[in-house]
Design a protein around this ligand. Structure first.
Ligand code: FAD
Ligand code: NAD
Length: 467
């Protein structure tokens, strides 16, 4: 039986970062991945495909130029599923190639197969050809991620009623789409398909959406979605979903309303992918959603030599945070020093328009009883915004009146997910409103919105700290 310093199960963001970190520290590392190619959900069915689809949709529709040429402007008149898939395949191939090369040059060994525990230090790898082998690791990092929640009552067929994995394989674009679940996945896909001029309806039993985002940003977002005729049925439940003989799908809502659509995307959460791991053999147990409990600083599970990182440990379930968790877990696992991560990480929602946020929302600041002031800039106030033809976009910053420090930055509009990092740096470096007032920003840029929002807050804050 081959013996390794660290065995990593899963090659998504957490697994690959963890594996490479341990290899850089001179350790003998094995990655076990059941998928045909390395990369995990992030590369094959999650982050990268959805963001590629978004970019392709925006390019082919000419979305970014519509501020100048009107809503009917299109770069390509008839956009097909094949148009979207073509670019997806090229992007994914590049991603996999880079990963395989990283594994090879760092001497990370990689075996394709499904891992399950035989004991706390031993895993069995089952391969496609029914062969299996045993491997042993001083430490084991579980980076198995999640899979879509697929309840029995949903008549999935991979064609007209699909989950977010199956959506990437559709052969034809529907003329209408109902999205069940107004979480991040549901909202991102709903707005991407709406940008393709597909009639989109979103249904969610909750009366609000994206609750972790500043309300003012969500209100602006909601206004923009309604303005382009997307239907948001919040506080409503799809009680019955039936496939009809004519190929369409009929939904009956709890208020009696009926909706007929060509396609349903069910995006109501994800489950930890722990069912195949035979956890009891290692002395571990997952919760009802398949997730593992870890020490949030070391990512150690209740079994000392077994670590878990990424989506399988729950919130925040992002590729970005998963990478960092995997790196920290691997360092602890092989006995290296691991610093605590910085307090504030950004959240990017790649909807159309995109949203990004870092730090406290206005609601959270109020809840904590911190006296505060907000500064707001609209992209249409910036020269760059004029050049780009932007008629929407908003940057909001919240400052403490006691310390003058930045508490949160919230952005909606073009480039939000890139722009947020300026705010993130100021937050983590404990900067104040003066940073934005006293520094010169490139001109014309969208980043100038920081200056405008900083001045907006500063004008109302005065120059003296509140008691
Ligand atoms: C549609 C969608 C869009 C997203 N967009 C974003 C985004 O824009 N930004 C962002 O930061 N995050 C995004 N995410 C979240 C992001 O994809 C995840 O946070 C990230 O992939 C989690 O990484 P991970 O390493 O935990 O596991 P995963 O990427 O889920 O990878 C786990 C891997 O483990 C393998 N595996 C599981 N069990 C076994 C086993 N028993 N044996 C061997 N291999 C196994 C799986 O095959 C898989 O390849 C998105 C997710 C989805 C679904
Ligand atoms: N840009 C990004 O960073 C990004 C993008 C996509 C996904 N993700 C990550 O993926 C994870 C999963 O996203 P998600 O959107 O699937 O889950 P989620 O848990 O965020 O949202 C699920 C939504 O479905 C609703 N819902 C729950 N059960 C339902 C039911 N039975 N019927 C109808 N609606 C129901 C909930 O009210 C909720 O609004 C998130 O934690 C997110 O962090 C991140």
């Amino acid at each position: 039986m081959n013996q390794y310093d660290l065995i990593v199960v899963g090659s998504g963001p957490a697994g690959r970062r963890g594996a490479i970190q341990a290899a850089k520290l001179g350790k003998k590392v094995l990655v076990i991945e059941q998928g045909k190619r390395v990369g995990g959900v992030s590369v094959h069915t999650g982050t990268i495909p959805s963001k590629t689809l978004r970019e392709t949709a925006l390019n082919l529709t000419g979305w970014r130029e519509r501020g100048f040429y009107g809503r009917s402007y299109r770069v390509k008149q008839e956009i097909s599923a094949e148009d979207l898939r073509r670019r997806l395949i090229i992007t994914l191939n590049h991603e996999v190639e880079v990963l395989e090369h990283q594994f090879a040059r760092n001497r990370v060994q990689h075996i394709r197969g499904r891992a399950s525990f035989v004991g706390p230090t031993t895993l069995e790898i089952s391969k496609d050809d029914d062969e299996s082998m045993l491997v042993s690791g001083t430490s084991i990092l579980l980076a198995v991620g999640t899979k879509p929640f697929r309840p029995d009552y949903m008549p999935f067929d991979g064609r007209t009623v699909v989950d977010s994995d199956e959506l990437l394989d559709i052969r034809e674009l529907p003329r209408s789409l109902v999205v069940i679940g107004a979480g991040v996945i549901g909202i991102e896909y709903a707005t991407i398909f709406s940008a393709l001029d597909i009639q989109v309806t979103v249904i969610d039993p909750k009366t609000t959406m994206l609750d972790f985002i500043d309300r003012e940003i969500v209100e602006d977002f909601t206004y923009q979605l309604r303005d382009r005729a997307m239907k948001l049925n919040l506080g409503q439940k799809a009680e019955k979903v039936e496939r009809l003989d004519n190929g369409k799908v009929l939904l009956t809502l709890d208020n009696g309303r009926k909706i007929t659509t060509e396609m349903v995307l069910f995006a109501a959460g994800r489950m930890g992918a722990t069912d195949a791991l035979n956890l009891p053999a290692a002395g571990l147990e997952a919760d009802a959603r398949g997730r593992l409990k870890v020490n949030p600083e070391t990512f150690q599970t209740t079994v000392p030599n077994i670590y878990a990182a990424g989506d399988v440990v729950g919130f925040p379930s992002l590729a970005s945070t998963s990478m960092e968790q995997g790196r920290v877990a691997a360092r602890v696992a092989v006995g290296a020093i691991a610093k605590e991560p910085q307090k504030y990480f950004p959240y990017g929602i790649y909807a159309v328009p995109e949203i990004s946020t870092c730090g406290l929302s206005e609601e959270e600041v109020k809840e904590r009883g911190i006296p505060y002031e907000c500064g707001i800039a609209r992209f249409r106030e910036t020269s760059r915004g004029h050049i780009m033809g932007l008629d929407s976009g908003l940057l909001k910053m919240i400052f403490s009146l006691r310390t003058r420090r930045l508490l949160g930055v919230h952005i909606i509009g073009e480039g939000a997910t890139e722009l947020v990092h300026i705010g993130q740096a100021v937050l983590n470096l404990k900067g104040t409103v003066e940073y934005f007032v006293e520094n010169t920003f490139n001109y014309p840029t969208l980043a100038e919105a920081y200056k405008i929002a900083g001045l907006d807050a500063w004008n109302r804050m005065g120059e003296i700290k509140a008691e």
